[in-house]
Ligand binder design. Structure first.
Ligand SMILES: *[C@@H]1O[C@H](CO)[C@@H](O)[C@H](O)[C@H]1NC(C)=O
Ligand SMILES: *[C@@H]1O[C@H](CO)[C@@H](O)[C@H](O)[C@H]1NC(C)=O
Ligand SMILES: *[C@@H]1O[C@H](CO)[C@@H](O)[C@H](O)[C@H]1NC(C)=O
Ligand SMILES: *[C@@H]1O[C@H](CO)[C@@H](O)[C@H](O)[C@H]1NC(C)=O
Length: 455
């Protein structure tokens, strides 16, 4: 049902919503809509859908029973928003920013460029574009467009968000995103905004924000050696990049002002799973992993998939009763995660994986096997207290390590992990919720306000 609600407006509805909502910030967008009378007739419907979806999902995600009853459009008012905000205030201990009253980031203002559809919404014709693991580029764009921090006046903006969806070009051969066109698409968008507006040139892009949500982030390639040799395109080097890739050591693909963001996991899919099996339910699988585990990984110019960690996992623990290891895709894998105590999150080509978010969201302790990984929002998400970290070289001792944790501090880890603020911080919603992933992005930007031209 949820799914239908989201799908009903389709791309067209999304477009209307984008155009309509900014008008509440003072600039009328009605003439634009009248021209598109079909859209106009559907506006109320679309708004109603987005609102009811927002309240329904905020209810489910934050488990506050009261929010669900309030579906009237009036509840969009600032009063309601700030009462939500202040309630979260009392719950929050991990983030100091919430100590401020009302809007937590003061008068932070983000301007979102209205780029031609070929840079973004055209790609949404493929439904996967807004739900696959790289879809934070879509989710952040959507959430910003309806956020309290959006400004339609670029002269009062602190930051400029450039919405280019580069991960939505799916290869017809293997179905994976083909990001070969990413550089040229972004370059073309920058060319457009810098010829139409003065803001790019005046700061050389340093207050402009991009999303690079695939394997090696701002290097735009899935193979590390190619990514490194291509490097970060010159035109992005001054800007702020929100990327899923992050390591603690120096790396050519993070030599840019960056924020490590979580991979996208659809909140609706998580909600559907949790409706059937709650986080605190029975967990009868000790250690779970489903995904690519090559028995004989290919040597691709000196590199092996997952640095052979997954191969070692398979060789050593396939057949071990404590381990539930599966090498094939299965659409219902979330129901397996929610039954598991430990969920393995080994590196793939890149260190990060969507499993990090899926495990946290479904209450399974993530077992991170990816040396040097820099985790999303590590300034506020207490990763050391909610996960188990295993060095790549220790993968052969994994069973002993996990048995030890299970016998000593598992319940402490679970207690920390099951705090609803933790999953909330790692999930993107269509509208910004206090403490969710887009909110964390805004918080990170607020901390970079020294880059704002108007200050
Ligand atoms: C929160 O802010 C106060 C000062 O406003 C500071 O003393 C304290 O250390 C901060 N706590 C954290 C967890 O950052
Ligand atoms: C999609 O990616 C492929 C391979 O990188 C490229 O040849 C093609 O032009 C891209 N499509 C578009 C519309 O950019
Ligand atoms: C992988 O291939 C490279 C050549 O591309 C070779 O130098 C290296 O020894 C190989 N590594 C292993 C472990 O086979
Ligand atoms: C659990 O114990 C392991 C060592 O067995 C330790 O590294 C880890 O920090 C502990 N985690 C918590 C949350 O106490």
């Amino acid at each position: 049902m949820l799914e239908q609600k989201i799908r009903a407006p389709k791309n067209r509805g999304f477009y209307v919503r984008m155009k309509l909502l900014p008008s509440k910030h003072g600039r009328s967008s009605v003439p634009q809509l009248e021209k598109k009378s079909f859209f106009y007739r559907n506006c109320k419907w679309v708004l109603w859908l987005s609102l009811s979806f927002y309240f329904f999902s905020s209810y489910l995600i934050s488990n506050h029973p009261n929010q669900n009853n309030n579906k009237q459009p009036t509840s969009l008012s600032k009063t309601h928003f700030s009462s939500l905000a202040s309630r979260a205030l009392f719950e929050s201990t991990t983030n100091n920013i919430t100590q401020k009253q009302g809007l937590p980031f003061n008068d932070l203002k983000i301007f979102v460029y209205d780029l031609p559809a070929k840079y973004n919404t055209d790609w949404l014709k493929n439904e996967r574009c807004s739900t696959h693991l790289f879809a934070s580029e879509v989710a952040i764009h959507r959430a910003l467009l309806t956020s309290e921090y959006l400004t339609v006046d670029p002269y009062e903006a602190d930051f400029f968000f450039v919405p280019v969806y580069v991960s939505c070009n799916f290869s017809t051969v293997n179905g994976f995103p083909a990001i070969g066109h990413a550089r040229s698409l972004i370059a073309s968008a920058i060319n457009l905004i810098s010829t139409q507006h003065p803001f790019w040139d005046r700061s050389h892009g340093s207050d402009h924000v991009f999303v690079a949500s695939h394997d090696f982030g701002s290097c735009f390639h899935t193979m590390e050696d190619v990514a490194i040799s291509d490097g970060i395109p010159g035109f992005l080097k001054n800007s702020i990049v929100l990327q899923t890739f992050g390591v603690k050591q120096k790396h050519p693909c993070q030599e840019v002002e960056n924020v490590v963001i979580p991979p996208y996991v659809s909140p609706e899919s998580v909600l559907r799973t949790l409706e059937k099996s709650p986080v605190i339910g029975r967990r009868d699988i000790f250690a779970f992993f489903r995904g690519k585990m090559e028995v004989h990984p290919k040597n691709i110019s000196g590199r092996f998939y997952s640095k052979r960690v997954r191969t070692m996992l398979w060789r050593k623990y396939n057949g071990d009763r404590r381990f539930f290891l599966q090498r094939h895709r299965f659409a219902g894998y979330q129901s397996e995660i929610v039954r598991s105590v430990f969920c393995l999150c080994p590196l793939g080509w890149a260190p990060w994986s969507p499993r990090l978010v899926e495990s946290v969201a479904l209450g399974c302790v993530p077992v991170i096997i990816a040396d040097g990984i820099r985790l999303p929002f590590d300034d506020v998400v207490p990763w050391a207290e909610i996960s188990v970290n295993v060095a790549e070289k220790d993968v052969g001792k994994l069973a002993e390590i996990l048995e030890h944790v299970a016998a000593t501090n598992l319940s402490a880890i679970q207690k920390n992990l099951w705090d609803p603020r933790v999953p909330r911080a790692l999930m993107f919603n269509d509208r910004v919720h206090e403490g969710d992933a887009t909110w964390r992005v805004l918080s990170a930007l607020a901390n970079k306000r020294a880059r704002s031209y108007r200050r």
